[in-house]
Design a protein. Structure first.
Length: 459
């Protein structure tokens, strides 16, 4: 049942992919910046900016996260304002991402000047207009030389305009309670290869042995994003939506995936949806997670610190199951989030100066650490590693994702309306697992209808 694979050299991968060598790190990111981008345009190459000469300026910074992220971000904000007393930053923070809230603020012109966005929102929102400042026009202020610009452009660029920079390097993985897993004789090593059948057969033994416990803590949101998507991608090798606005999967393939999800619920592998969906999008806030009633949780590396904060036992990063003959690993590496400047911002240069401090200042980097997963800038990653400031579980999860990285989502596959349709299907099959075929057929009808509308509007 358990098959050992050759070591993938996680620590080596981390050293090569994340802790790449860089030039000497300054103790403070300069507030008098010049362009350091290798491809800086002639229009910005000779520009300079000194924030202390900008006069009295106030701007809003909006983000979401857990208390640890809030505290670290607020400390960095306060430190920046002490350095530059002429700048006042109004902090706006919350617990959830809330895409609808951001969309409403965009439509009403009320978006914060500096805003944290989910990794797939920039390209999705930008289909309806230009809502953000092209950061290429501010490269004389923001030092982007330490970023993985391929990753930044993959998610933050639209039509050659860079609207967002990654706040961290993020990967999909499982979080496992190692102590609880060992009680049920479940292997926890990242080199253990599981199929989806293993996941089902092993997972159900937990609830069979102890009716108060479940193998998997997940709600409809995480089932959709972290289980349905990788299952379909492994099965088909396609994007969920092809570039020609057609589904990357058939009705039969969707039915197969939904049947599997139904079996997870039916056989007690995952917490019933009626309980899990009370904590929609934040399953780690379920008191039963804190009480140690779950072996694993579907997650991403950027939220692991929050999930581990009140978790009993020893946390560990764990694998994503792989289908026999999988055409893609289904494991996505993406930005934790993106930081973008609203096009309604009255002082984009000042906001850009703060972004440069946020990303490149050593003191700020050691404060933020891995509150948004692994830092996106080379020298800050190296500094945090040297100071043991990165959680080893977060490092292991990110390293695992990098070593087994599959295709990234295209813009259409991240469309919120389409994702909501698949999420509804996951919830329906949780309550009616035997009806997976009809649910798949109805879902495909809705999916194709939305795709037709999108194609017509973007035609």
């Amino acid at each position: 049942m358990f098959k050992k694979v050759l070591s993938i050299g996680l620590s080596c991968c981390m050293a090569l992919a994340l802790l790449s060598a860089c030039g000497g790190a300054d103790s403070q990111a300069s507030s008098t910046a010049t362009s350091t981008s290798g491809d800086a345009s002639a229009s910005t190459a000779d520009k300079t900016f000194n924030v202390d000469e900008a006069g009295e300026v106030s701007f809003r910074f909006s983000w979401w996260g857990n208390d640890a992220r809030h505290e670290a971000t607020l400390e960095v904000i306060n430190n920046y304002m002490e350095l530059h007393p002429n700048v006042h930053i109004e902090a706006e923070y919350r617990g959830k991402s809330e895409r609808e809230k951001v969309a409403t603020e965009l439509a009403g012109g009320q978006l914060a000047d500096l805003v944290q966005l989910d990794y797939n929102w920039v390209q999705d929102f930008s289909q309806n207009g230009e809502f953000f400042v092209d950061l290429n026009t501010l490269d004389y202020i923001i030092d982007m030389s330490g970023f993985d610009m391929d990753l930044a452009k993959e998610y933050g660029e639209v039509d050659g305009k860079l609207y967002g920079l990654p706040t961290g390097v993020n990967a999909r993985a499982n979080l496992i309670n190692v102590d609880l897993a060992e009680e049920f004789n479940i292997p926890t090593d990242l080199s253990t290869e599981w199929t989806w059948d293993d996941y089902l057969e092993i997972g159900k033994t937990v609830h069979e042995q102890d009716p108060e416990k479940y193998f998997l803590n997940a709600d409809s949101v995480t089932i959709n994003s972290f289980l349905l998507r990788p299952y379909l991608v492994q099965l088909t090798g396609n994007q969920l939506v092809q570039d020609d606005y057609t589904p990357g999967f058939t009705t039969e393939e969707l039915a197969q995936a939904l049947q599997y999800i139904g079996q997870l619920y039916e056989q007690g592998v995952v917490l019933p949806a009626s309980e899990a969906n009370v904590f929609l999008s934040n399953p780690w806030t379920n008191p039963r997670w804190v009480n140690g009633d779950f072996v694993t949780e579907l997650t991403i590396s950027s939220t692991m610190p929050a999930e581990m904060a009140d978790m009993p036992g020893t946390p560990g990063a764990f694998i994503i199951p792989q289908m026999e003959g999988a055409k893609d690993s289904g494991i996505t590496v993406m930005p934790s989030q993106l930081l973008a400047i609203s096009n309604t911002c009255e002082n984009p240069e000042v906001v850009a100066d703060f972004m440069n401090y946020f990303f490149n200042d050593e003191e700020a980097g050691l404060i933020l650490k891995d509150c948004r997963s692994i830092p996106p800038v080379d020298k800050i990653r190296e500094l945090c590693a040297e100071n043991d400031a990165l959680d080893p579980v977060v490092v292991a999860a990110t390293d695992y994702g990098l070593a087994n990285r599959g295709m990234s989502n295209n813009v259409l596959s991240g469309n919120e309306e389409l994702s909501s349709i698949l999420q509804d299907a996951c919830e329906q099959v949780a309550y009616d697992p035997d009806n997976y075929q009809a649910i798949a057929e109805d879902t495909m009808t809705l999916y194709n209808d939305v795709l037709a509308t999108l194609k017509a509007s973007n035609g």
